[in-house]
Ligand binder design. Structure first.
Ligand code: HEM
Length: 447
């Protein structure tokens, strides 16, 4: 493995040449997402599908979905209130994951998966599959070598594919009629896929969809469901964590939200839904998000070395053939020669003008990666995280409860820290807060 911690070197394999994803990525994600997933597809097939789905994640389209994201987040705040009333330790990561699943369900499938309030069979199979995913550095030998996992993969895949297949067929059957009623509406991802099929075959709906098309579409839906919930939910946990450790920054965030939405928080949900673009008037909130993603990036890319693509670094050429190339965001984001006070939480880095010593160096901040294979969902992630922040931070105080969790489990984990912090990242498909971020929440009394 070649670990790349220099922005210009990283650009050579992601922007100047966008090298293929490393073959290990395929082995890792196939059981969960299938072979036609957008993360590991390559070449023309990837380009075609990426082009098809881009409009489904464009800012203008996402703004039209803010109302439903707000409703899902209001449901989440109701759940938080329940935890506050019970004064119970709960896993924040699990609760936010259910919220982000509901949101991505609406964006991709145009339906609520009701993950926050019920056990949907798709979500259940999906989450179970994640538990069985191999980890590159797995020390759990039971999980790594247990032959049962292949049966579990197959059973869960069958449930997920059947669910999505049915949905696709239903959507297709109702399509002609719907199109006439509302042909100019913004298209959710599921309709973008159907449009493509209809355009390519010249059909106008009606007859059954061929298996080949459904296989691709279903794998893409699973990819969006996976990529669209995990990373965002772990980022939300680290937003809460870093702000609880930096009360001065939390105060500034709350002030900004008061300024934009007024201090009566009972009216905020309606205000966002009526004016989704108000989310673009939260510069400090955005700076906090970027700083959280600097310190705790949940994902990164690994690329396949190539005989014709050496990396030029400090005037020397390094061959890449046979290497797994890892432009490691976490390392680059904390490098002291790139970032002044690299280990400190300073959202102002993302507010200062170019020329200021705090100004981020070019290409050194890469939580969503750069180049053609960058994250298609970054705009969606920002929107949902801002809504999460605006609707929770002024009404609740949330803090980590690792000591309480230790007592509940009867375990002393006080030495389990990284850089002195109990809330470090562990790799569970993506990088997540350890133990699901056990938390305690209280309702705020405002003067
Ligand atoms: C804070 C949130 C997020 C972070 C930090 C993040 C990060 C990333 C990174 C680093 C990649 C590149 C992976 C690689 O090259 O192997 C990526 C790709 C991708 N992300 Fe995200 N992501 C986030 C949220 C989302 C959301 C909400 C979606 C919703 C659909 C999404 C969908 C995808 C997809 C489909 C790809 C593959 C794109 C392609 O290869 O064309 N991500 N993301």
């Amino acid at each position: 493995m070649l670990i790349i911690a220099d922005p210009a070197a990283a650009a050579q394999i992601t922007i100047q040449n966008s090298l293929e994803k490393h073959h290990n990525t395929r082995e890792f994600v196939y059981p969960l997402l299938g072979e036609k997933n957008l993360v590991t597809l390559e070449g023309k097939e990837w380009k075609m599908w990426r082009g098809i789905f881009n409009p489904g994640f464009a800012s203008g389209h996402l703004m039209s979905l803010v109302g439903s994201m707000v409703s899902d987040t209001v449901r989440f705040t109701g759940i938080l209130s329940g935890y506050a009333a019970k004064e119970k330790v709960f896993e924040l990561e699990e609760a936010v994951t259910r919220l982000t699943v509901d949101i991505i369900g609406n964006v991709v499938l145009d339906m609520s998966l009701e993950a926050q309030t019920s056990e949907n069979e798709l979500v259940k199979a999906f989450r179970d599959q994640l538990q069985w995913m191999p980890l590159p550095n797995d020390i759990n030998l039971f999980r790594k070598y247990n032959p049962m996992k292949w049966f579990v993969y197959r059973a869960n895949t069958r449930i997920m594919n059947r669910y999505l297949d049915k949905l696709l067929e239903q959507r297709f059957a109702h399509r002609q009629q719907e199109e006439k009623v509302n042909s100019k509406r913004n298209k959710p991802v599921i309709d973008l896929a159907l449009d493509t099929y209809l355009k390519e075959t010249g059909q106008s709906g009606g007859s059954a969809l061929p298996w080949q098309f459904k296989r691709s579409a279903i794998d893409h839906f699973k990819t969006f469901l996976f990529a669209g919930h995990d990373t965002t939910s772990s980022t939300a946990c680290f937003v809460v964590h870093l702000l609880s450790k930096h009360p001065e920054a939390l105060e500034k965030v709350r002030q900004e939200h008061d300024e934009v939405y007024g201090s009566d928080t009972s009216k905020t949900a309606e205000a966002i839904a009526n004016d989704p673009h108000s989310l673009n008037r939260l510069p400090y909130t955005l700076a906090v998000l970027k700083e959280v993603l600097r310190l705790f990036p949940p994902a990164s890319t690994v690329r396949e070395g190539d005989p014709n693509t050496p990396i030029l670094f400090n005037g020397k050429e390094y061959p890449t053939d046979g290497f797994m190339l890892w432009p490691v965001a976490y390392g680059m984001h904390r490098q002291p020669d790139l970032w002044p006070n690299a280990e400190e939480f300073i959202p102002e880095r993302f507010l200062v003008k170019e020329g200021d010593p705090l100004f981020p160096p070019k290409g050194a901040w890469r939580p969503f990666e750069y180049g053609p294979r960058n994250c298609v969902g970054q705009e969606l992630a920002y929107i949902e995280l801002k809504i999460f922040m605006v609707l929770t931070l002024r009404d609740f105080d949330i803090r980590a409860a690792y000591e309480e969790q230790d007592k509940i489990d009867g375990k002393d984990r006080s030495t389990h820290t990284t850089k002195g912090d109990r809330a470090y990242q562990v790799l569970v498909a993506t990088a997540k807060p350890v133990l699901g971020y056990p938390s305690k929440v209280t309702k705020r009394k405002r003067q």
